[in-house]
Design a protein around this ligand. Structure first.
Ligand code: 1GP
Length: 246
């Protein structure tokens, strides 16, 4: 039942999740992303976004489901963005914020449907880190990201998230962030938690990907850069093929 969580906990290489925003995915574009993701041996497809305006979520999930070797994980902006045909869902508690709607409200709305669904639930302490400009995630969630020069706040927040029972911590500078999560913040959070660490937001060069892995990210998430240039998947795959630090 905990297949996906087990996969993340036992990654033998640096993990790579390809994030697909249903609003931006045409069928042809998806075909290309799928081929490149297979070649790159990506670990997961993440599907979602803070705001989804189209009705493409189901189409995207159905298409990704055909790829048996890469699990599809929902990364929902709220309780409406759920497809019961995915493999798993990041049940995000926005622990960097103080908005009860994203700490428990949306979860209550979705709870009974999630319980009935076959989705694997991945309780995730989700933390927005200032990425240099306001992001859709901070605007929509009406929360303030953690300042990027305050690793002590990030560490205490991540530790609280783990103590509360989350199985994953996700540090996110937000989609299209000018600056990705700083290395020293990743390093300090990683040194204080025992659960896997996911890092994303603004990773748009090979050196930013390397920096995130080097600092301790177990899994990195890339969306925007791949939308702009799908070949970027192959570039990151080379860096990710290093054995994971044990
Ligand atoms: C955003 O972490 C993800 O929530 C990915 O960000 O789109 O900037 O890669 P990018």
């Amino acid at each position: 039942m905990n297949k996906i969580l087990g996969h993340i906990q036992n990654l033998k290489k640096r993990g790579l999740a390809v994030l697909i925003d249903p609003d931006k995915a045409s069928e042809t574009h998806l075909d290309e992303l799928i081929l490149l993701s297979l070649e790159a041996k990506a670990d997961f497809f993440f599907v979602g976004g803070s705001l989804i305006s189209s009705d493409s979520l189901e189409m995207v999930v159905q298409k990704l489901k055909e790829v048996k070797s890469i699990p599809t994980v929902l990364f929902p902006g709220n309780a409406q963005y759920i497809s019961y045909d995915a493999d798993a869902i990041l049940l995000l508690s926005l622990i960097s914020g103080r908005n009860p709607e994203y700490l428990i409200g949306q979860h209550v709305n979705a709870a009974m449907n999630l319980k009935r669904s076959g989705l694997e639930i991945l309780p995730t302490g989700y933390m927005l880190i200032d990425g240099g400009k306001p992001t859709t995630a901070s605007y929509i969630s009406n929360t303030t990201p953690i300042p990027r020069d305050k690793p002590d706040i990030a560490v205490a927040t991540a530790v609280a998230g783990e103590l509360m029972g989350n199985q994953l911590i996700y540090l996110d500078a937000g989609s299209g962030a000018e600056s990705s999560v700083p290395a020293n913040l990743i390093r300090q959070v990683k040194s204080q938690i025992d659960i896997p660490l996911i890092v994303g937001g603004g990773i748009n060069t090979a050196s930013k990907a390397e920096m995130a892995y080097e600092a301790g990210a177990d899994l990195i998430v890339i969306g925007n850069a791949i939308e702009k240039s799908p070949q970027f998947i192959s570039e990151v795959a080379k860096i990710a093929s290093e054995p994971a630090f044990q």
